[in-house]
Design a protein around this ligand. Structure first.
Ligand code: BGC
Length: 755
């Protein structure tokens, strides 16, 4: 399947089909009093306190779940107190609770005892699977297959909605260009097109065709906006970017999500140029509701409204609640500030009641869209929950997704795939054991239910001797000696190295994105034996590889692959499948190159090819490029790109040309190659990146097979944000590449767009 900006436009066309559905009609009715008499009648009956309650979301107080590690129970309440508050109309729902039984008890109390019987809504961070864990979103992006992300999101919704969850705080669609930032792992990495296509696919997957269905969940693309642009990659840090960069880089995945039907979004923790998102009226109202006509609702991030005080933007909690609601943030998460202050703010005339009503209208409409007024228990059925959990079908999908997320960076001398008969020494802290398999953002998952690497390799029929060698960041007594002993009798060493899953994710920024030193020492000791060495990386971000790890004969990037981690890696190691993943983030030579993205500007003094020249834009220590760039990934085949062919030397203003190249697999394995179509605008009124991905195509090639990959180029693919912050296309010359990565030459040529 070929994916282009055009196919996004087609998807937007589908969005107009969506516009004709009852869901869209309901969505459109938000804000139109006459179209929603039922909701208006309800609002008319509500007290100010009940209105504030509908805008208040709290962490679940249901104890005993792993979820409590992520979010401490709300306000120190007991579950019974929380149920009593729900019955009193003081909350709209809870998040990161656990299971249909909890939801049943709360919903039953509210529906039988509360004054107005407004159903609760249950939310959760279902980021990459519920009980069955799929690869980390960043890993899955490496598949360059948005359709796969749609399927895994659908499967996650099937399980999670089965456990009573109506609303997921996903997908995370923040473009992330600084690998020091720990939350890179939650998104799709550095590229705008890939980010937008995956964002839309995940929304479609979570929400399905019908949001009232008992296997559909409301999506919440987050964090709006530019959370990934934090200075120095430090989580929560200041963002200071131009409106053009915001519009061109950080907003497109959000726009794509809304066009795919997402009806909620979450305000980001960061400020942008001095204004925290949670109080940013321009962002939440002028742009989102005004310019984009977004019909849905905005929730703050966890205590994001209260944090306006720490930002130095609000005086106190009351002021923070006032600023947030006036900016257009409809629902307050975790702080309870809306419940505490909105009634008084309205009574004192500091917030118009109409503004509160508007937010309540959005929330109630969304509950209606979810079918909760028709049947508050539609997703709540403890028997169904068990039946939907970890089905054979979902586990098979986890294995497929795991395999497709693996990226082979290098394979010198064809050391991979390993013959099943080879004696393998599997060494390193991630070789064996129920840890670091599902990733750090799996509220309902369990490493003990996932397959580790040693088990996966043995299941495949391999002969494996395991040695831990060292811990993730600390030595193990006698570890290196045991590793050397295991390696001595082996034909090949597989080193399972990288980051623990707690080293990426929220608040896990790093100043040095390397494999921890103690693991490098282990690798150096083992490398001295001179055996063929395969490095299998576990990571939640791009890493700067060094020394013998960087120079190993083969390197696989395996992220955190989820439930079928070990089996999926074994599928690749032993060659039942060829690697097909491509890097969604560039692996730099050195941390000091961050922030890094392949679509950078050339500058007035670009580095010329060849040896270092003074007074050019370059580092003293390392090249400007990436060690392994965005889009890079090898297969077990041998791929050659033919010459670029254009069916016209000129691109007419209202026309199109077909740009094509042959791709040949001259190897002996069946493969999938991701052909990437890049452009560069040579001269423009706003300087343009050295390359920009505008389309890609994943093609299956049998041994000795040649296929022609073709892309249709029209002027919409050459658009950028002009001086007036509006999309523009300018005539002129464009360089073109169909290539296997952002740094490869592949097949190249140029074209002129005429006015
Ligand atoms: C995170 C959000 C998450 C929320 C609720 C916050 O700390 O930034 O991404 O959805 O917690 O768990």
């Amino acid at each position: 399947m070929q994916l282009t900006r055009r196919s996004m436009l087609v998807a937007m066309g589908l969005a107009s089909a969506w516009a004709a559905t009852p869901l869209a009609a309901l969505a459109r009715s938000i804000g139109k009093r006459a179209d929603a008499p039922f909701i208006e009648a309800l609002i008319a009956k509500m007290t100010l306190e009940e209105k504030a309650g509908q805008l208040t979301l709290l962490p679940s107080a249901w104890g005993g779940s792993k979820a409590a590690q992520f979010n401490p129970p709300g306000n120190g309440q007991s579950f019974d107190q929380q149920v009593a508050d729900a019955v009193a109309g003081k909350l709209t729902g809870v998040f990161n609770g656990n299971g249909a039984e909890m939801a049943r008890r709360m919903q039953h109390a509210v529906m039988t005892q509360s004054r107005l019987g407004i159903p609760l809504m249950f939310a959760a961070d279902v980021i990459h699977g519920h009980r069955t864990l799929f690869p980390l979103p960043l890993g899955e992006a490496a598949s360059f297959e948005p359709e796969l992300a749609e399927r895994t999101a659908r499967a996650a919704a099937f399980e999670a909605a089965g456990a009573g969850i109506d609303w997921t705080f996903a997908p995370m669609v923040d473009i992330a260009r600084d690998q020091r930032w720990g939350r890179v792992m939650e998104g799709t990495g550095e590229d705008i097109l890939l980010g937008s296509l995956f964002a839309a696919a995940r929304v479609r997957g979570f929400q399905g065709d019908d949001l009232t269905a008992d296997d559909a969940m409301l999506a919440c693309p987050k964090h709006f906006a530019a959370y990934g642009a934090a200075e120095a990659g430090l989580d929560y840090n200041t963002v200071d970017i131009s409106e053009r960069t915001l519009r061109e880089v950080y907003l497109p995945p959000f726009k794509a999500s809304f066009d795919a039907g997402a009806l909620t979004t979450m305000a980001s923790f960061n400020e942008i140029s001095g204004v925290p998102s949670t109080a940013n009226k321009w962002l939440m109202t002028d742009l989102l509701r005004g310019e984009w006509k977004f019909p849905g609702m905005v929730v703050s991030d966890y205590t994001g409204d209260e944090e306006l005080i720490m930002h130095g933007f609000a005086e106190d909690g009351k002021d923070a609640a006032r600023l947030s609601i006036l900016a257009g943030v409809d629902m307050s998460m975790a702080s309870n500030l809306y419940m505490m202050h909105l009634p008084a703010l309205v009574r004192e005339g500091l917030v118009p009641e109409s503004q509160v009503d508007e937010s309540v209208r959005r929330v109630l409409t969304i509950k209606a869209v979810l079918g909760l007024f028709d049947d508050p228990f539609r997703r709540i059925d403890p028997a169904r929950e068990a039946k939907r959990s970890m089905t054979a079908q979902n586990i098979a999908l986890a294995r497929e997704a795991g395999r497709k997320s693996i990226v082979m960076l290098r394979n010198e001398g064809g050391v991979l795939p390993l013959p099943l008969s080879s004696k393998v020494a599997l060494i390193g802290p991630f070789a064996e054991g129920p840890h670091d398999l599902i990733g750090g953002w799996a509220v309902y998952g369990d490493d003990a239910q996932a397959v580790d690497l040693a088990t996966g390799m043995r299941k495949a029929g391999g002969t494996v001797t395991v040695a831990e060698g060292c811990g993730v960041e600390t030595p193990v007594p006698g570890g290196i000696e045991a590793a050397l002993e295991a390696a001595t009798g082996a034909d090949v060493v597989v080193l399972s190295l990288g980051e623990a899953q707690t080293m990426s994710g929220e608040a896990q920024s790093r100043t040095d994105i390397i494999v921890p030193r103690v693991q490098q020492e282990l690798a150096e000791a083992v490398a001295k034996l001179g055996k063929p060495m395969v490095v299998v990386l576990r990571n939640g971000r791009a890493l700067a590889l060094e020394g013998v790890i960087r120079d190993a004969q083969a390197i696989l990037v395996t992220w955190y692959l989820g439930t079928e981690s070990g089996t999926a890696i074994a599928d690749i190691l032993y060659g039942s499948h060829s690697p097909s993943g491509r890097l969604p983030v560039s692996f730099p030579y050195d941390t000091g190159q961050q922030p890094f993205h392949y679509d950078r500007k050339r500058t007035g003094r670009p580095q010329p090819p060849g040896p270092r020249v003074d007074y050019k834009a370059q580092f003293r220590e390392v090249p400007n490029e990436a060690l392994f760039p965005f889009g890079h990934g090898l297969t077990y085949g041998e791929v050659r790109y033919g010459d670029l062919h254009l069916d016209g030397q000129v691109l007419p203003w209202d026309g199109a040309v077909t740009v094509s190249a042959t791709v040949t697999n001259s190897g002996s394995h069946a493969i999938e190659e991701v052909a990437q179509f890049y452009i560069h605008d040579r001269v423009a009124s706003v300087t343009r990146p050295v390359r920009q991905l505008v389309a890609f195509d994943k093609v299956a090639l049998a041994p000795d097979q040649t296929k022609t990959v073709s892309f249709r180029l029209d002027r919409s693919m050459l658009e950028f944000y002009g001086l007036d912050e509006k999309p523009v296309v300018e005539p002129g010359e464009f360089d073109l590449w169909i290539a296997p990565s952002a740094q490869a030459e592949g097949a190249s040529g140029k074209i002129r767009l005429t006015a």
